[in-house]
Ligand binder design. Structure first.
Ligand code: AMP
Ligand code: MG
Length: 402
């Protein structure tokens, strides 16, 4: 048996090579950049006005004030999208809108509020300095400047900047394809109308499918596999043939006579990276590798499957997407004693009680059985206790939030 940390290290060293793809920025939301990207255009693209007003020559109106306005002839307009074709000559002005191109000859903008519109003429009532309210080409960044870094996540803000500079397709990490194999002869689909006394509803399929989606994976297929070595080998071989990077199995990985995942993986050509971790829940976790495919054997107990997914599968999915994952944490006051009397790392599901203007309180959810789904559904998170660790009431503990 190996430790949690050791297992995570082995996994990190065996993450398959991520796949680079080129996608349109319309399809890139939530993906991570595979390469640094330089600006293909400058910003602003052309020198323009920051205000609605008049484009003028500073030389004409430097002395203007409300008491002695300067009168200029209006010779045309520069609209956003329709530039003025001529030149601003001595004692003339061009109406201009925000973002419109600064006409030749002009060097200063007078905002509407500092003017008085007369028929064909404008009175300039105030001006502060030459070049006021002019946005210069390239003042934000020049063409060729580094704009994005490898690993940046593409959200609303990044995609807007990409559109603004004319980036159409971008190199990103492909979302990893995953195949889910759920073993267990006792399982029936949750929507089955009739269920026999000796059967249970399959809850791991929807749980793991959701967790895969939440972690950015793409679920290619899900199969229910009965507890037979032959069928398990077949399902794993089909998974390998489909070329996915990850095959995630649920159940059948413990020491029972009908647990076939390890043996089936071995017969399908997988080399075992590890089996059994000093942790509770989730001791039977198995991982194997064949070329660029990893196979996870998650324990069937739903709580174990979930915690193993969170701590071992999720980081691999993150790495395949060019990022890393970490839990949101909270420091809380322990309200009732918690102990780890065993020899394994313990993940205790907890409830958080938020209190105004005070640190939150943390306590165990009532029961901790790894078959008890309500203990994760009702928990806010979990705390990690190493063997021998005792948390006294009143002490502080870091809580990982679900
Ligand atoms: P196993 O790891 O296959 O020995 O399963 C351990 C326990 O988890 C057994 O009680 C199973 O019935 C239960 N179990 C296995 N798979 C599922 C599943 N997909 N949904 C709900 N419970 C499961
Ligand atoms: Mg089973």
């Amino acid at each position: 048996m190996i430790s949690v940390i050791e297992a995570q290290r082995i996994l990190h060293e065996n993450v398959p090579a991520p796949q680079q793809i080129s996608v349109s920025i319309d399809e890139a939301f939530g993906l991570y950049l595979f390469e640094d990207i330089k600006a293909p255009d400058s910003s602003p693209r052309y020198t323009n006005s920051a205000m609605d007003g008049y484009a003028v020559r500073w030389a004409d109106c430097a002395e203007a004030s409300a008491d002695s306005p300067v009168q200029l002839e209006i010779i045309g307009e520069s609209q956003a999208g329709i530039p003025f074709a001529g030149e601003v000559l001595k004692n003339s002005a061009v109406r201009i809108s925000t973002g419109a191109m600064l006409p030749d000859g002009a060097d200063t903008i007078i905002r509407v509020e500092d003017t008085e519109d007369l028929e064909g003429y404008v009175n300039i009532l105030a001006v502060k300095k030459q070049g006021q309210d002019v946005r210069h080409k390239g003042e934000e960044f020049a063409e060729g400047q580094l704009l994005f870094l490898k690993g940046d996540c593409l959200g609303a803000r990044e995609l807007a900047l990409m559109a603004a500079v004319g980036l159409h397709t971008v190199p990103v990490y492909a979302k990893p394809d995953v195949i889910l194999l759920v073993t267990g002869t006792e399982l029936v689909c949750h929507d089955e109308a009739t269920i026999k006394a000796h059967q249970i509803r399959d809850s791991n399929t929807i749980m793991l499918a959701s967790a895969i989606r939440e972690s950015g994976g793409v679920l290619r297929s899900t199969s229910h596999v009965e507890d037979s070595l032959k069928h398990t080998i077949q399902a794993i071989e089909d998974g390998v043939a489909s070329g996915v990077k990850l095959i995630i199995c649920s159940g059948g990985v413990s020491v029972g006579r009908h647990d076939h995942v390890r043996e089936a993986a071995a017969q399908a050509g997988f080399k075992e990276l590890f089996w059994q971790i000093r942790q509770k829940p989730g001791k039977p976790l198995y991982v194997g590798r064949k070329g660029e495919t990893l196979i996870f054997g998650l324990p069937g107990n739903p709580v174990s499957a979930y915690m193993c997914f969170r701590n071992f599968v999720r980081p691999v999915l993150a790495e395949l997407q060019g990022t890393s994952c970490f839990d949101q944490t909270l420091t809380a006051i322990v309200s009732e004693q918690m102990t780890n009397k065993g020899k394994r790392t313990l993940f205790i599901r907890v409830k958080i009680e938020n209190r105004p203007n005070q640190l939150a309180l943390v306590k165990e959810v009532g029961q901790q059985g790894s078959h008890m789904l309500s203990t994760i559904a009702h928990a806010d998170g979990y705390v990690v206790l190493q063997p021998g660790e005792v948390l006294q009431p009143g002490s502080l503990k870091e809580v990982s939030l679900f």
